[in-house]
Write a protein of this length. Structure first.
Length: 275
């Protein structure tokens, strides 16, 4: 058999909508999924008070890391990683804004300890307006530079896992760059889309079935993605299963305006001689 790592990405919709009621629903979904690593976007923090990632990690018995974010009116809007593995080492890249300078959106890099070697994970959140593809392309290029500079030897190490709300569909210029359908930004670095390999159906994470999106202009889009870097040692990192979570209400409360994406990735080499 091959060991597996369960990873998840989820946009928590900050403090929009019935945010206080949504916290218990978010926690219930995270507890049910029981992922080894969770990439989170639109995480809230209160100046001098609670941090949503820390609160969730404490409730679930996980470790956490979060990107720094300036407070505005006592609140922050950030990106985070929860992990079953201890002592995440984190680095943050401010992605470019419309003027080309570092903006308020981030890529959060974490290197997590594991008995079989480090696991490298990135949580990110790209610009959201549907007409800002060119800006997201610039942000993808910056993200790829970060991965290319920091990843361990791709020929021998476990691949980098990127989870995020990319605000881009699978056929977009942004995803085409990442998945090698056009010339990648960094030579020798492309990504496998876990849903494309192991998901069933369209995998919409921005869906008119979500009651918070009843009046949205462009529903039924797969905007949230789990990506695994290539090249990588076979079969490490191969997605074997991918599904949505946070789809149904919990005690009558829809957890977020986005559905989460979860994937099982091959983590260990097959045991030699095993059936």
């Amino acid at each position: 058999m091959m060991g597996g790592m369960r990873v998840m990405t989820w946009n928590l919709w900050w403090r929009f909508g019935p945010w206080e009621a949504r916290q218990a629903a978010i926690l219930a979904v995270l507890r049910e999924v029981d992922a080894d690593v969770v990439c989170l976007q639109e995480v809230f923090a209160e100046e001098g008070g609670g941090h949503q990632a820390e609160l969730l990690a404490d409730a679930l018995g996980l470790h956490h890391a979060a990107a720094p974010q300036p407070f505005r009116n006592g609140l922050a809007f950030t990106t985070a990683v929860l992990s079953r593995r201890p002592a995440p080492t984190a680095a943050t890249l401010a992605l470019p804004g419309a003027d080309g300078q570092p903006g308020h959106r981030h890529a959060l890099w974490c290197e997590l300890r594991s008995p079989s070697g480090p696991r490298q994970v990135v949580s990110t959140h790209l610009e959201y307006p549907f007409d800002r593809s060119a800006l997201r392309v610039a942000q993808v290029r910056a993200l790829c530079r970060l991965v290319a500079e920091r990843r361990a030897n791709p020929e021998h190490s476990y691949p980098v896992v990127v989870g995020g709300d990319l605000n881009a569909t699978p056929d977009s210029d942004e995803l085409r760059l990442l998945t090698g359908r056009t010339q990648p930004p960094e030579p020798g670095l492309v990504f496998t889309d876990a849903w494309e390999v192991a998901g069933e159906g369209p995998g919409w994470t921005w869906d008119a079935a979500n009651p918070y999106l009843a009046e949205t202009a462009w529903p039924r889009r797969r905007l949230d993605h789990l990506l695994v870097s290539w090249p990588r040692p076979k079969p490490l990192g191969n997605p074997v299963r991918c599904w949505l979570a946070g789809v149904a209400p919990v005690d009558g409360v829809q957890p977020s305006d986005h559905f989460a994406v979860v994937a099982e990735l091959v983590e260990h080499d097959p045991v030699e001689g095993a059936d």
